[in-house]
Design a protein around this ligand. Structure first.
Ligand code: SAH
Ligand code: DHB
Ligand code: MG
Length: 221
C-alpha cells in the first residue's frame, strides 16, 4: 500500500512537472524490450540530477554505471552543447542499448561511453589529464562505491558535486543484521566520505517508483 502510494506520487510529479519528451519513455521502452533490468533512476530523480548539474553549470560529468543510458541522457542535457559526459559500463549489451538511446536523443556528441569494468578503465581516464569534472554520478556495482568515490574526488574540481545512488537500500545501510555486499558497500562509502576532509556531504532518503532508497551528495571543498 505504501509503495503503491509512492509510485502514484512519482507518476503525479512526472505528470505535473516533467514533459513526455523529457521523461524519455522511448528509452525506457527500448530498455524493457532489450530486457535490461529496470533499475534506471526514476524520472523525478533524473530531473533532479539534471537540475543539480545545471545549477552548478556542469560542463563535464563523470558517470559510473550507464545501463541503457537513461540517467546519462538527463546528464547530457544538463551539460549543453560542447559539454561532455564520460560514462562507464561493464556490460557490452547494456552499452549497445545505451548507445542507441543516446543517438536517438541526438546526444552522441556529448557522451563518451566507455565499455569495461570502471576500476580497470579509470586509470586510463586519469592519465589523459583532461579538464576536471564538475559533477559525478556513481551508480554501478555497490561494493566498489568507496573506490569510485575516491576516483571521482581525484578527478573533480573544487566545488564539484559527487552523487551516489542506492545508499539506503530499504534501510539496509543502517541495519547491522544485514551484511550483503550492497549494504557493506554503502557503509564503506559512508565511512570513507566521513573520513575525507576534502568533501562536505549529506545523504537524503527517497521513496518513489524505485522503492525506499537514497542519494549520497558530496561537495568537493
Ligand atoms: N545509471 C543508470 C543505471 C545503472 S544500473 C540509470 O540510472 O539509468 C548499474 C549499471 O552498472 C549496470 O548496467 C551494470 O552493468 C553496471 N556495472 C556493474 N558493475 C560495473 C563495473 N564494474 N564497471 C562499470 N559498470 C558496471
Ligand atoms: C540495483 C542497482 C541500482 O543501481 C538501482 O538503482 C537499483 C537496484 C541492483 O543492483 O539491484
Ligand atoms: Mg542505481
Amino acid at each position: 500500500m505504501l509503495e503503491e502510494g509512492w509510485r502514484r506520487v512519482d507518476d503525479y510529479i512526472a505528470e505535473a512537472l516533467i514533459s513526455k519528451e523529457e521523461a524519455q519513455e522511448t528509452t525506457l521502452v527500448a530498455n524493457a524490450r532489450e530486457k535490461l533490468p529496470p533499475i534506471d533512476v526514476s524520472p523525478p530523480q533524473g530531473k533532479l540530477l539534471q537540475l543539480l548539474a545545471c545549477a552548478i553549470g556542469a560542463k563535464r560529468i563523470l558517470e559510473i554505471g550507464t545501463l541503457g543510458g537513461y540517467s546519462t541522457i538527463w546528464l547530457a542535457r544538463a551539460v549543453g552543447e560542447g559539454g561532455k559526459v564520460v560514462t562507464f559500463e561493464v556490460d557490452p549489451r547494456h552499452a549497445a542499448v545505451a548507445r542507441d538511446n543516446i543517438a536517438r536523443e541526438g546526444l552522441s556528441a556529448r557522451v563518451d561511453l566507455r565499455v569495461g569494468a570502471a576500476l580497470d578503465m579509470l586509470p586510463q581516464l586519469e592519465s589523459e589529464q583532461g579538464p576536471r569534472f564538475d559533477f559525478a554520478f556513481i551508480d554501478a556495482d555497490k561494493p566498489n562505491n568507496a573506490a569510485y568515490f575516491a576516483y571521482a574526488l581525484k578527478l573533480s574540481r573544487p566545488g564539484a558535486l559527487i552523487i551516489v545512488d542506492n545508499v539506503v537500500r530499504e534501510g539496509a545501510v543502517a541495519d547491522p543484521a544485514i551484511t550483503d555486499s550492497g549494504a557493506l558497500g554503502a557503509r564503506a562509502l559512508f565511512e570513507a566520505v566521513a573520513a575525507e576532509g576534502r568533501v562536505e556531504a549529506t545523504a537524503v532518503q527517497t521513496v518513489g517508483a524505485k522503492g525506499w532508497d537514497g542519494f549520497l551528495i558530496a561537495r568537493v571543498r
